[in-house]
Design a binder for this molecule. Sequence first.
Ligand SMILES: Cc1cc2nc3c(=O)[nH]c(=O)nc-3n(C[C@H](O)[C@H](O)[C@H](O)COP(=O)(O)OP(=O)(O)OC[C@H]3O[C@@H](n4cnc5c(N)ncnc54)[C@H](O)[C@@H]3O)c2cc1C
Length: 228
Amino acid sequence: MSKTKVIVVGASHGGHQSVLELTRKYKDLDIKLFEAGDFISFMSCGMELYLENSVTDVNDVRNFRPEDLEKRGAEVYANHEVTKIDTDHKQVAVKDLKSGETQNYDYDKLILSSGVTPNDLPVPGHDLENVYLMRGKDWAEKIKAKLADPTVKNITVIGAGYIGVEAAEASTKAGKHVTLIDMIDRPLGNYLDADLTDVLAKELADKALTSLRAPTLNPMKVLVRLPL
Ligand SMILES: Cc1cc2nc3c(=O)[nH]c(=O)nc-3n(C[C@H](O)[C@H](O)[C@H](O)COP(=O)(O)OP(=O)(O)OC[C@H]3O[C@@H](n4cnc5c(N)ncnc54)[C@H](O)[C@@H]3O)c2cc1C
């Protein structure tokens, strides 16, 4: 009997977990995992550890290595972007980003775990040099270089959610003057009630930040929030 063909798009948390579950539960699968990026698999959750030097090699900030899944029988392809899905014929077109060649692959089951990309802010200046987004290996390396650069003195973080607070913390630990900005009135205000965020706001203002700017904390008309 021929094997069931499974194609997984995206080799991050979702893609990894899918292959683990499939190989735990089923035999006789032909699994191909396609990842557009050249690195498998950067763990954005671990970015702060890298930025604050708890992990010094960016290649260690990963969820898994290709061989971890290959040992379980899956084929893992970096630099392979899925460019088209043909559900009628159950095929995907995959472009090898190194050779430029595109090949079609049949599937019986298709798992899309292509994740998200951070939104740019829809404001003038969003594309200026030194405006960085906090996600993925490329951005992590750029941010890390700035944290290590002694000529960079001031860092402003837009968005006081979990990721913004992590960015602020890592920047403070790197000795920068940090301003954390949000359009709502409390850091982590979308997640926690005021009795907790009041403690956090004080802690941030006392220990970590040069300033915390939000409408009720500062009359400055604020602002924009970094979409996660
Ligand atoms: C700074 C930061 C800190 C975080 N901290 C935490 C935390 O502490 N706890 C927590 O639970 N979550 C955390 N998260 C969120 C967590 O990282 C995401 O929820 C998780 O990465 C989502 O995984 P995913 O597999 O769905 O997608 P993604 O991680 O977005 O991965 C999608 C993958 O698909 C690939 N891809 C996209 N399109 C194609 C295509 N056409 N062909 C081939 N490949 C493609 C992409 O290159 C990418 O590698 C954090 C995120 C960030 C940015």
